[in-house]
Design a protein around this ligand. Structure first.
Ligand code: NAD
Ligand code: UDP
Length: 332
């Protein structure tokens, strides 16, 4: 199939591009490079042996998107483009609504114009807010607590209304849990700008010596060791989930929300120990106060993905840590 990946030069988009290319699809990466760099094209070519098509553009530019969809005769779109930092979304909410919500409306207008009706949207477990029960399934009530999460929920609702208004639309919202890790080549991975907000890239920089110590945000949660528990999922498993979602869309119309997680939670201290084992480096840490807004535990019920998409995560925590370390130590 001919697939357009908005935001395809970013962390999850680039790994998905590898999976899709190796599965025989042709991918077009549409990105404004606000959070990525053009060197990605060359890296993807080194991994797959095929140069991906890159189109420089903003998703808010409806005319440019329309031309791109038409020019490459796109069958389906995977919509990764957007801003994703919860803390930043509290400071610059308008930029978040403009990129994430207005950007999606622009994409949908372009798709409607050319008749492309299949879409996979990058949503987030953030739409569930504080979990009321575990594991979190798709019937769990939504309850966003920050502008970033609200942009994801707004977009999901827009997509739901669209699919209801016109049965020719085929839409899947993939609710990612905590994507981590990198492609086994060590050529691509997560490169947050500045000091990382998320646990795994922070641990990787402590192990490499770039940062002195990890602050563990709270050790008095009602979890086995008192530290927060999350559902970390290998980014290549996540990437393969997109290939399965695209395959499902060829035979099904309507709207679906589907969790992509492993179903297994790991604590902050378990992550530290696993990373030390994978890297052979110490990860010094200090217990600090809880981070405002954090929940104690969050992990997925991944049964719907297995049932509908015939997909489940295969890679282990050791794989997640080893590939993160290969990328971290190779790129510095
Ligand atoms: P990323 O920042 O690495 O990639 C996003 C890409 O989108 C970047 O290449 C950026 O340049 C591009 N982009 C941003 N705004 C754009 C615009 N207006 N027009 C065109 N391109 C634009 O992020 P990621 O981790 O790969 O996340 C991809 C998607 O998955 C995002 O929508 C994010 O909200 C969602 N998501 C990510 C996580 C996570 O932990 N990484 C978790 C849940 C959901
Ligand atoms: N965390 C931490 N120190 C950090 C970053 C994160 O202790 O420097 C903890 C955080 O409190 C949470 C877990 O690690 O319990 C995962 O945090 P992350 O920001 O990666 O994901 P999210 O909280 O968005 O699920």
């Amino acid at each position: 199939m001919e697939l357009l990946l908005t935001g395809g030069m970013g962390y999850i988009g680039s790994h998905t591009a590898v999976s899709l290319t190796l599965a025989g699809h042709r991918v077009v990466l549409y990105d404004n490079l606000v959070k990525s760099a053009e060197v990605m094209v060359e890296r993807l070519e080194r991994i797959t042996g095929i140069s991906p098509l890159f189109v420089s553009g903003d998703v808010r530019d409806t005319d440019h998107l329309t031309d791109t969809l038409r020019h490459y005769a796109i069958d389906a779109v995977i919509h990764f483009a957007g801003l994703k930092v919860v803390g930043e979304s509290l400071e610059i909410p308008l930029e978040y609504y403009a990129n994430n919500v207005q950007g999606t409306i622009s994409l949908l207008q372009a798709m409607r114009e050319v008749g492309t009706r299949s879409l996979v949207f990058s949503s987030s477990a953030n739409v569930y807010g504080e979990p009321r029960y575990l594991p979190v399934d798709e019937a769990h009530p939504t309850g966003v607590t920050n502008p970033y999460g609200r942009t994801k929920l707004h977009v999901e609702e827009i997509l739901f209304d669209l699919a209801r208004s016109d049965p020719s639309w085929r839409i899947i919202c993939l609710r990612y849990f905590n994507p981590v890790g990198a492609h086994e080549s060590g050529l691509i991975g997560e490169t947050p700008q500045g000091i990382p907000n998320n646990l795994m890239p922070y641990i990787a920089r402590v192990a490499s010596g770039e940062l002195a110590e990890l602050l563990v945000f709270g050790d008095d949660y009602p979890t086995p060791d008192g530290t927060g528990v999350r559902d970390f999922i290998h980014v290549m498993d996540l990437a393969e989930g997109h290939a399965s979602a695209v395959a499902y869309l060829t035979g099904h119309s309507g709207w679906q929300a589907i969790n992509l997680g492993t179903g297994q939670g790991y604590s902050v201290l378990e992550m530290v120990r696993a990373f030390e084992a994978a890297s052979g480096r110490p990860v010094p840490y200090r217990i600090a106060p809880r981070r405002p807004g954090d929940s104690a535990s969050c992990y997925a019920n991944p049964e719907k993905a297995l049932r509908l998409l015939d997909w489940s995560a295969r890679r282990s925590l050791a794989d997640m840590c080893a590939s993160t370390w290969a990328f971290q130590s190779g790129s510095h």
